[in-house]
Write a protein that binds this ligand. Sequence first.
Ligand SMILES: NC(=O)C1=CN([C@@H]2O[C@H](COP(=O)(O)OP(=O)(O)OC[C@H]3O[C@@H](n4cnc5c(N)ncnc54)[C@H](OP(=O)(O)O)[C@@H]3O)[C@@H](O)[C@H]2O)C=CC1
Ligand SMILES: O=C(O)C1=N[C@H](C(=O)O)C[C@H](O)C1
Length: 264
Amino acid sequence: MVTVLVNGACGRMGRAVLKAVQEAEDLQLVGAVDITGGADCGELAGLKANGVKVETDLQAALDRMKPEVMIDFTRPDVVFHNVTTALKAKVSPVVGTTGLSDEQKAEIKKLAEENDTPAFIAPNFAIGAVLMMVMAKQAAKYMPEVEIIELHHDNKLDAPSGTAVQTAAMIAEVRAEHKQGHPDEKEKLTGARGADYEGMHIHSVRLPGYVAHQEVIFGGLGQTLTIRHDSLNRESFMPGVVLAAQKVRGLKGLTVGLDKLLEF
Ligand SMILES: NC(=O)C1=CN([C@@H]2O[C@H](COP(=O)(O)OP(=O)(O)OC[C@H]3O[C@@H](n4cnc5c(N)ncnc54)[C@H](OP(=O)(O)O)[C@@H]3O)[C@@H](O)[C@H]2O)C=CC1
Ligand SMILES: O=C(O)C1=N[C@H](C(=O)O)C[C@H](O)C1
């Protein structure tokens, strides 16, 4: 049994994670934390009558419950603090929250090593999204001209999405140096061509109705190739979250990406 505390328990992802952890045979939910806390939140989060209450103080909950794993789905501006708090308490973070910078990831790696406590971060826990990224990396070797369109619900705080940035980073590993578009191209409205990641354009759409979606569009001579993934609900992420919580204690240092836990 791996003991688990869920941070961000009252959020959209947190509630789905609470349910998934309670249903997973080899995981044991021992704690739940959310800044909003309160009895209503616990009810909303669908906690079974197993003695777990939603608390508001992460440090106190970690000290008392001593879980092996903390699953974090909170906010981009607080996740780094949560992860460092967990690592200093020798609790392995499994992180879905997006927005960590490269410098913060380097600091997390160092802390994980110093505390001999493995850490895991995945910008996307949906298997289909992982396959989209892996396949996009393959395609980019042959079709280096590529743009990314990500589409999310309008409550999302960060843009571009963590998935889009990770996709671009994976493509950049294999893509030949490439200048895309016309050299005389000019934006008539700022932002029209989207964000620029090493010459790849990323476009972020935010609308009610969406959950999490992404298209990676490759262009070549007389042809295009589109790789698209759609998360239609938050359950799509749960098998990946459960797998990471089961495996993280067997890893070393910092591991980034669910692809590292799968065989290709
Ligand atoms: N890796 C993946 O596969 C996925 C990643 N995500 C990412 O997960 C994150 C959360 O997404 P989502 O669930 O939709 O967001 P929500 O806003 O629905 O949930 C976040 C929850 O965390 C709470 N919270 C805020 N600050 C703290 C804190 N310091 N300590 C504890 N709890 C806190 C929020 O409370 P309050 O509302 O009061 O601020 C809220 O209840 C985002 O970064 C998102 O991009 C989402 C889906 C999949
Ligand atoms: O905020 C979300 O909802 C999601 N965030 C992650 C991201 O930024 O890529 C993963 C998924 O796209 C859902």
